[in-house]
Design a binder for this molecule. Structure first.
Ligand code: NOJ
Length: 579
């Protein structure tokens, strides 16, 4: 396996709007980030992934870009951005930017031109079609509810938007569009950035015939359950579409391969087999993908908003498939939450009695799998989901559109709110909690989105002062990863895959073995190491019990009987030995 810096790195994701406000307008900004660089450096992360900071009318908080080569006024200036990059590089950290090129904003100059006339030079930059029988060209649903088509009066045609109607899809079939994108990427790379996170990159190639959602392959599920609308998820015609690998290989050849950078593509609905096609090193496309399989374990047949409890055996099965399939071929990215997902500790841990131990247990999983760990801002202090009093307090377009659609279909208000409390993207977007002051130290003004009322207890100031905090545990995990090649490069073998309480696995590398045991329940559990695993004088590397990340437990660890371990609620243990 090739060794590279991005396999050895830990990435920290910043959601700019909610990270740190420097000028009191209630919106996070780049000078705010700069003021927290020492904090990030202290945590020990190596790479910052910055969600979009480009010019945008903010229909989808920056994922609708009106100018790819300029900074959003609310976030600062290009000079601020340059200072951020310099500040990171001075501290030995790197910066990757969000590349959002499945769609632009409808306020991008290309689209303003494109809609003018059918003969316009930019017409073919987007996907336009005449209506059919007075309706949309096909029955595809938008990810954000309703039809994926919007009628435009100027030319009496429809344009495709898989996301909001202010996010028209770019037409990758057009080679000029691709050249424009590559030119823009090169421009950023020449400014010195260290890579890209690519937004919904596996959706860029659509079947140009644009068939109805269920036309074509009747046996194949549509991949994404429908909501109550008359439109359907058309994924089989654009998820891993016909030319996507051709486009990425072209992008790799023309742009990516010319720089020492890292790339991670957001890939909707990919299986490990699909994923391998993007990241296998010999295919020259991307370094990593973010898959969604773990993010679906608590979705019922009705989709994201249809709540169901997850099962640990399913989580293990998904992780195990990705770990084994990509081993020695490509590279995994590991994440348990981000700006589109519920908070990890509320979803997979326990955000009341066992908030701290369960956040540390999940962190242990994140940092001891093969693959690059991605931390989402606030995760390192155990920030939780939020219940905002009214639907009017929510800001996220996906949540608001879904609320309208489900209400119109007659679904009970309280039932929709229950789903929102569990799944809304705003759970992850409430501002960073820096201290226990009125606005959590995030802003002196009125925050753009409510601050979680639990900021009086959960905040950075407290976490930095407490040596036993989640923050310091994460710091230690990152340090251990840096000191032990086995954590980065070792292979993975799951133990007891059907057990619904404990997640245990063995990593092996050269002459070493590492055992990770995680209790996913709020009850004590006993763990018996499989009889066929032999060990020798195990050293406890870290635990979330036993004081100071397990140091007290570690003292006698060479005598621990791994064939019979007692674990506290949400306890995590990591043992290392020489073979
Ligand atoms: C995925 C991004 O992470 C999400 O926030 C956004 O709404 C969609 N892509 C559309 O760009």
């Amino acid at each position: 396996m090739n060794k590279t810096w991005w396999k050895e790195s830990v990435v920290y994701q910043i959601y700019p709007r909610s990270f740190m406000d420097s000028n009191g307008d209630g919106i996070g900004d780049i000078p705010g980030m700069i003021s927290k660089l020492d904090y990030l450096h202290q945590l020990g992360v190596h790479v910052i992934w910055l969600c979009p900071v480009y010019q945008s009318p903010n229909d989808d908080n920056g994922y609708d870009i009106s100018n790819y080569q300029d900074i959003m006024d609310e976030f600062g200036t290009m000079a601020d951005w340059e200072q951020l990059l310099e500040g990171l590089h001075q501290r030995g950290m790197k910066l990757i930017m969000d590349l959002v090129v499945n769609h632009s904003s409808d306020e991008h100059a290309w689209f303003a031109e494109s809609r003018q006339s059918q003969g316009n030079h930019y017409r073919d930059y987007y996907i336009w079609r005449p209506g059919k029988d007075g309706r949309e060209p096909n029955d595809w649903a938008s990810f954000f509810s309703g039809s994926a088509w919007k009628h435009d009066e100027v030319t009496d045609e429809y344009y495709l938007h898989l996301f909001s109607e202010k996010q028209p899809d770019l037409n990758w079939e057009n080679p000029t569009v691709r050249e424009e994108v590559y030119k823009m990427m090169t421009w950023w790379l020449d400014k010195g950035i260290d890579g890209f996170r690519m937004d919904v990159i596996n959706l860029i190639s659509k079947d140009p015939r644009l068939p109805n959602a269920r036309d074509g392959i009747p046996e194949m599920g549509t991949g994404e359950p429908d909501g109550p609308s008359r439109y359907h998820f058309g994924g089989q015609h654009f998820v891993n579409g016909p030319r996507v690998h051709e486009y990425l290989q072209e992008m790799n050849e023309k742009v990516l391969s010319r720089y020492d950078i890292m790339t991670v593509g957001e890939a909707v609905n990919v299986t490990p087999q699909d994923g391998a096609l993007y990241v296998q090193e010999d295919r020259h496309e991307l370094n990593m993908v973010f898959h969604f399989e773990l993010m679906r374990v608590d979705a019922g047949p009705g989709g994201k908003w249809d709540l169901r409890p997850w099962r640990l055996s399913e989580i293990k099965s998904i992780i195990t498939q990705w770990q084994t399939l990509l081993h020695n071929k490509g590279w995994n990215s590991n994440y348990l939450n981000n700006h589109d997902q519920a908070r990890m500790v509320s979803r997979f841990g326990n955000d009341t009695t066992y908030r701290k131990p369960s956040a540390k247990m999940l962190g242990t999983l994140l940092h001891t799998l093969q693959g690059t760990p991605y931390i989402y801002q606030g995760e390192e202090i155990g920030m939780t989901n939020v219940k905002l009093p009214s639907i009017d307090d929510y800001q996220d377009i996906e949540t608001l559109n879904m609320y309208k659609e489900y209400s119109a279909a007659g679904v009970d208000h309280q039932q929709i709110m229950e789903s929102i409390y569990v799944k809304s993207r705003d759970n992850a977007r409430t501002p960073m909690q820096w201290d226990d002051s009125e606005h959590a130290g995030f802003t002196t003004g009125t925050p753009w989105l409510a601050i979680n009322p639990n900021h009086h207890d959960i905040h950075v100031k407290e976490a930095l002062a407490d040596p036993d905090s989640i923050f310091h545990y994460y710091r230690r995990l990152i340090e251990l990863r840096g000191q032990n090649d086995i954590i980065v490069y070792g292979d993975y073998r799951v133990l007891q895959p059907d057990d619904e309480q404990l997640f245990a696995y063995i990593r092996s590398y050269e002459q070493q073995q590492l055992l990770v045991v995680l209790n996913f329940t709020d009850q004590p559990q006993s763990f018996q190491l499989d009889e066929d695993v032999t060990y020798n004088q195990p050293e406890l590397l870290i635990s979330n019990y036993g004081g100071d990340h397990g140091r007290e437990l570690a003292e006698a660890s060479r005598e621990h009987d791994l064939h019979s371990l007692q674990l506290e609620p949400y306890e995590a243990r990591v043992y290392l030995w020489q073979m």
